[in-house]
Design a protein around this ligand. Structure first.
Ligand code: DGL
Length: 265
């Protein structure tokens, strides 16, 4: 069982930010990544549709014999985690709870900001996760739909990204949040822009980095840690791989190697 891979899925390329963190924390583990590029974005779709897509993506990874499943997509974690946990008999790690936990560890004024896709914000999954950990926490959320295409365009630090960030974040600055959860796969790429717009008074919480820590803890807890090296990640997508390869190599800072197209669902 320890020799099996960890399965990671996302709606597309964004989940590579989670893969990068898992790989840097757990370099021995073999990773299998699935990006549902034929059906991206998930962030604008209804919870029922996202749940169906998530179950099909997970089914594909489970058919590859993975030992643990990481739901890298915030939108899928927000609406499909209970269904995934019910359907599959293996540890399933989402990105919401780890981000919420970290936010509460660093917030001093107990007022946390959350940014994500429309679907993630509408689901209030972060609000519930934060309140479950601290019933008195105040939460202010904002959907930032333009950040996804900006990151994919390689414009995360462009003037346009700064303008968009100032618009989106103004209500959170006015509400005086002291911590901001980056509740979307793409947002870690915008960290320096967000930090510049928000200044030192607001701490940024990277859900991807926190999720990697949870994956490590789950492997330990279930006795699933691998001792020898599992080799490079395997990449699968549901549409032609060209764009995934190009944007993915920009996200990771190196080329991905072979990416295979598969049909799911
Ligand atoms: N991966 C999605 C998320 O983290 C962003 C892209 C999409 O909308 O599918 O919510």
């Amino acid at each position: 069982m320890t020799q099996r891979a960890i399965g990671i899925f996302d709606s597309g390329v964004g989940g590579l930010t989670v893969l990068r963190e898992v790989r840097s924390l757990l370099p021995e583990e073999q990773l299998i990544y699935f990006g549902d590029t034929a059906r991206v974005p998930y962030g604008t779709k209804s919870p029922v549709t996202v749940e169906r897509y998530a179950l099909e993506a997970a089914e594909f990874l489970v058919s590859k014999g993975v030992k643990l499943l990481v739901v890298a997509c915030n939108t899928a974690s927000a609406v499909a985690l209970p269904a995934l946990k019910r359907h599959f008999d293996l540890p399933v790690v989402g990105v919401i709870e780890p981000g919420a936990r970290r936010a509460l560890a660093v917030s001093r004024n107990r007022h946390v900001g959350v940014i994500g896709t429309e679907g993630t914000v509408k689901s209030e999954a972060y609000v519930r996760a934060l309140r479950q950990l601290d019933a008195a926490v105040q939460v202010s959320s904002a959907a930032c739909p333009l950040f996804v295409p900006l990151a994919e365009e390689g414009w995360a630090e462009h003037e346009v990204a700064h303008l968009a960030a100032r618009e989106y974040l103004a209500p959170l600055v006015d509400a005086r949040v002291d911590t901001l959860v980056l509740g979307c796969t793409h947002y870690p790429l915008l960290k320096s822009t967000l930090a510049h717009v928000l200044g030192d008074a607001v701490q940024l919480v990277d859900s991807a980095a926190e999720t990697a820590l949870t994956v490590a803890a789950q492997l330990r807890e279930h006795g699933l840690e691998r001792a020898d090296s599992g080799g490079p990640p395997a990449y699968y997508v549901s549409d032609v791989p060209t764009r995934f390869e190009r944007v993915g190599s920009h996200f990771l800072g190196h080329s991905l190697g072979e990416v295979q197209q598969v049909t799911v669902g």
